[in-house]
Write a protein that binds this ligand. Structure first.
Ligand SMILES: NC(=O)c1ccc[n+]([C@@H]2O[C@H](COP(=O)([O-])OP(=O)(O)OC[C@H]3O[C@@H](n4cnc5c(N)ncnc54)[C@H](OP(=O)(O)O)[C@@H]3O)[C@@H](O)[C@H]2O)c1
Length: 439
């Protein structure tokens, strides 16, 4: 039997605890599949005295997790602490520079510093693996990087945040409003005490930027992901979408187009209306799903649990098994499928020329002439309205909801119509626009 792969584990929370349980429970199977045991040598977290439901007495404890990078008895470091910068990043840099492979579930760190870390691994000839960073237990990075490696992919999209999907599908099932469902999700542990990273779309944007790099060979460009969260969605929007034959899902879309011989990158995370007969309409609860279109493989759908200790640990340990087998991701490592120097710098693609249909919801003063003002703005901007619904009359002088769906047209026209309406006293709040997801 070959020598074990010796690992150090930083972070013993949800995912770290799951990794220990998985390595202990499936030790024999992992050893057979990896060709050698995976052995935890050292662990670190903030509070040594915390009961984590696992026996840590066999492992060395490090108060300063960054010290694990320099241990001679460690081959690979697993970072499960979180945060784009801070100790997680220091540990990652140090570990690689000390010639250790790095496995992480940290999408924020990879979205912000993934290229820098990848360059370090190329020099150090070690692995950088982050399957758990995107869609938890779903092997979408392996799927794109390995299974679909021969394909040209120029579009992918999907449901990348389980918390948002749980909230939206609960709103759909119960008819309750966002704030109400969010509180329940927090009570059940599906949403963090500070849920803003999830519900504002940032977490999904991190994952989308990572997937774009792998699928299209472009340098990670998190800053240009056009991001809009789900906080403004009301029960009435969900009911309206339902009446039209749609569900609402937070969808990340990434596409490559070409302008004057230059490839450009379009990245957006927005709530969308998804038709009932689309596979993503049936992705409920905390599930994640990614669709990628390969020019030879056709449409690929990756779906499964996007978070939680078990699924996320499964992805982390799969990466460790690769490393134990000696698969570092190419001779000098290529975590994003190709070497960093080969990755393209693509300009962000503007959205205005994109053709699509949109759902637009206005909250307006309940008085004569308001509807005419809105439809005039649409007409002047060249937006063609397919359907328009005014919902319920409140008491005299209250606000009412006006929802419309447009015919297909350039997105710039909708933006222009909303610009024409800007500052109108008829509008009680800024309109909410959601694209309809096409085929
Ligand atoms: N949870 C999921 O389902 C999931 C899914 C996919 C990816 N991820 C990613 O996995 C990573 C870990 O997530 P998690 O949910 O397991 O987080 P968590 O439950 O909050 O655990 C974080 C761990 O890091 C430790 N820690 C925090 N700051 C530290 C510091 N300065 N020095 C040493 N240790 C420190 C904590 O120590 P104490 O326990 O002592 O406080 C804790 O053990 C994050 O990058 C997250 O985005 C999580």
């Amino acid at each position: 039997m070959a020598a074990p792969l010796r690992i150090a584990l930083a972070g013993l929370g949800t995912v770290g605890g799951g990794v220990i349980r998985l390595i202990e429970t499936n030790a024999a199977l992992i050893t057979r599949r990896a060709g050698r045991p995976i052995e935890i040598v050292a662990v670190s977290a903030r509070d040594r005295s915390k009961d984590r439901g696992v026996d840590l007495s066999h492992y060395a404890w490090e108060d300063d997790m960054t010290a694990m990078a320099a241990r001679d008895d460690v081959d690979a470091v697993v970072e499960l602490v979180g945060g784009a910068d801070g100790p997680a990043l220091t540990l990652a840099r140090n570990a690689i520079q000390h010639g250790k492979s790095l496995v992480t579930a940290n999408k924020a760190m990879i979205a912000h510093h993934g290229l820098e870390l990848a360059e370090l691994t190329e020099k150090a000839k070690v692995a950088l693996k982050f399957e758990a960073a995107v869609a938890g237990g779903v092997p979408v990075i392996k799927g794109l990087r390995e299974g679909a490696a021969a394909n040209n992919i120029d579009r992918l999209y999907g449901i990348l945040n389980g918390t948002c999907n749980f909230i939206l599908s609960s709103m759909e099932d119960t008819g309750r409003d966002f704030a109400d469902v969010l509180s329940e999700a927090q009570a059940k542990g599906y949403a963090e005490a500070d849920p803003s990273f999830d519900v504002e779309g940032t977490d999904a944007a991190h994952k989308l930027a990572i997937l774009s790099a792998i699928a299209f060979g472009t340098r990670i460009d998190f800053a240009s992901v056009d991001t809009q969260g789900i906080t403004r969605i009301q029960a009435a929007d969900i009911a309206q979408a339902d009446a039209l034959g749609y569900v609402i899902r937070l969808i990340g879309v990434a596409e490559v187009d070409e302008e004057g011989g230059q490839r450009r990158l379009f990245q957006r995370v927005h709530p969308h209306l998804v038709p009932f007969d689309h596979p993503l309409a049936h992705v409920d609860g905390a599930t994640n799903a990614v669709v990628a279109e390969g020019n030879f493989a056709g449409r690929l759908l990756f779906q499964g649990a996007g978070a939680g200790d078990g699924p996320t640990a499964s992805a982390v340990v799969a990466d460790l098994i690769d490393i134990a087998r000696g698969d570092l991701g190419g001779e000098a490592g290529a975590p994003f499928s190709i070497q960093v120097a080969e990755m393209e710098t693509m300009a962000p693609a503007p959205s205005g020329h994109r053709l699509g249909r949109a759902y637009i919801r206005f909250m307006v003063a309940d008085r004569p002439g308001v509807l005419a003002e809105i439809t005039a703005a649409m007409r002047d901007a060249g937006v063609s309205i397919e359907s328009l619904i005014q919902k319920g009359r409140h008491e005299e002088g209250g606000n009412v909801m006006v929802a419309m769906v447009t015919h297909e047209g350039p997105e710039a026209r909708v933006s222009e119509a909303l610009r024409l309406l800007e500052g109108s006293p008829a509008l009680a709040e800024p309109p909410l626009v959601m694209q309809l997801l096409g085929d």
